[in-house]
Design a protein around this ligand. Structure first.
Ligand code: SF4
Length: 493
């Protein structure tokens, strides 16, 4: 697909808008080329022309056989617009809806955090008018507006627990038993890298100790810990215990609200590992089926069955876990709205304390993107999410964090639902980007937030791959030392 822009710099927004409708197309952005008469490639055009004192906007969509055009004059300050970007997007959006017959439920909103936009609008206009603008200016559906509003209210309560000198700790274990077909993370299958794990664990423990010294020097209060990946339970019980012991000896956990370990793949969970986590005081684990359909599990390359999910869940309950999250993904290859509804029903019947419903995101480096595997349509994904939302809210799980990703099917969203009191503080804080996160491990990104609440933040990244992380470990420690300087600069600026 070609996207031709004339006299405007809105490449980023308009490209994302086209991708909402054509997620599998690669989009070639051309500037100031004029529009071809009868292009043989689907072509979108968005242009601005100044005539007299007005700025005229034109949007066109051509596919060689049909042609749609929409024109309007730019109205300055309409819904607070400071430039024509939103109105030009709105014009092109109308044509894309007409051409495809698909109406995205988040309308022209392509941003990652709709809740943040809604919160800003409320700050600007007050609640009632803000909700109106959210719907009218951005074409957000009634259903999604309500979801954003509910999420915002729940998230607000959770974030009120943030301390000015609070921080969270992330520990990355980038190893998995096999690679999921949709995965784009820096995770390495154990078959290829098992020999790296002992050295990785040794380096990670030293980095955790260094992060602990930074936190002590800066008088920071640890509020949550999240051990994710990858699949942390790919490690042996002894390796996991070594990492957890390093956390306990390096940090003061007395004010820590939660300590999550992502147990991820059910086939990596054993009674020995669960008992080890309980002994180390882990409060929350995540067991992630993604789907409760065996044929879908096979299609996405997860080497476990639905029965193993049931078994792992029961084992975790018997070990004493009273705060379990389960992750699901809507839109996986071979899945259907009926199959997804069955998945949701099965997971709800287990009564986990929280359920996170993701929508498949077609990442370029994933196998399904590269092999052009057909995922569910945007319309089917909408049905899946509508079912999940109704069932979960009806069952007492309420939404408390929400985000979207680029290339997410149907332009939909990922939502964390939880029973009251079981919301993850870490998830809400990460989403809000309002709290410092010290991150350890390959591919982990530390985020230093200005404690004065100015919204300024600086990111410091570790090396991506385990072998690099191990071999360039001294540089990892040097980068960690910078974190302290950055935080102090915020404090004294
Ligand atoms: S479990 Fe997560 S990190 Fe591991 S391969 Fe699957 S998607 Fe990637």
């Amino acid at each position: 697909m070609n996207l031709i822009l004339e006299n405007n710099p809105f490449h980023y927004e308009l490209e994302k808008l086209c991708r909402l409708f054509y997620p599998e197309e690669s989009i070639c952005v051309l500037e100031n080329r004029g529009i071809p008469e009868a292009p043989d490639t689907l072509t979108a055009y968005a242009g601005l022309q100044k005539t007299g004192g007005t700025l005229h906007m034109t949007a066109r969509l051509l596919d060689g056989q049909t042609e749609h055009t929409a024109e309007a004059d730019y109205i300055p300050n309409l819904y607070g617009d400071k430039n024509p970007e939103r109105q030009l997007a709105e014009l092109l959006y109308g044509l894309l809806v007409q051409q495809t017959g698909f109406t995205p439920q988040w309308g022209i909103l392509t941003g990652v955090r709709p809740v943040k936009l809604l919160r800003n609008l409320i700050g600007q206009y007050g609640q009632e008018k803000a909700l109106n603008v959210f719907q009218k200016a951005y074409h957000v559906s009634e259903r999604k507006m309500e979801l954003a509003r509910l999420t915002m209210d729940n998230e607000r309560q959770l974030l009120s627990r943030e301390k000015p000198n609070g921080f969270s700790l992330y520990i990355g274990i980038p190893f998995c038993p096999s690679r999921c077909a949709y995965c784009s993370f820096v995770s390495t299958t154990v078959e290829k890298t098992i020999q790296l794990i002992p050295d990785y664990v040794a380096c990670l423990c030293k980095e955790i100790q260094a992060a602990g010294r930074t936190a002590r020097d800066l008088h920071l209060t640890l509020q949550s810990v999240y051990m994710g990946g990858g699949t942390p339970t790919t490690l042996t019980a002894a390796q996991m215990d070594r990492v957890l012991a390093a956390v306990q000896s390096s940090f003061d956990l007395s004010e820590c609200l939660e300590f999550t370990v992502e147990a991820g793949r059910p086939d990596t969970i054993t009674e020995e590992k669960l008992q080890g986590l309980i002994r180390r005081g882990i409060t929350r684990i995540s067991i992630n089926p993604q789907t409760m359909q065996d044929r879908v599990l096979q299609a996405i390359g997860r080497r476990h069955t639905v029965q193993q999910v049931f078994d792992a869940f029961q084992m975790a309950r018997e070990a004493g876990f009273r705060d379990i999250n389960m992750d699901l993904i809507a839109g996986l290859p071979l899945d259907t709205p009926a199959g997804f509804a069955d998945t949701v029903d099965k997971v709800c019947a287990l009564e986990p304390e929280s359920i996170t419903v993701h929508t498949l995101s077609l990442k370029r480096s994933s196998r399904i993107f590269q092999e052009k595997v057909k995922p569910a349509s945007g319309a089917d994904v909408a049905k899946m999410l509508d079912y999940a939302g109704t069932k979960l809210i009806g069952g007492g799980w309420h939404p408390y964090y929400l985000y979207r990703q680029t290339r997410i099917l149907g332009g939909m969203e990922n939502v964390g639902f939880a029973k009251p009191g079981a919301e993850s503080f870490y998830n809400a804080a990460i989403m809000d980007e309002s709290q410092t996160v010290l991150a350890c491990g390959a591919g982990a990104g530390t985020k230093v937030c200005d404690p004065s609440g100015s919204g300024r933040l600086v990111r410091v990244y570790n090396f991506k791959y385990p072998h690099e992380y191990i071999s360039r470990y001294r540089e990892v420690l040097e980068r960690k030392a910078k974190v302290k300087q950055i935080y102090e600069q915020f404090l004294f600026s």
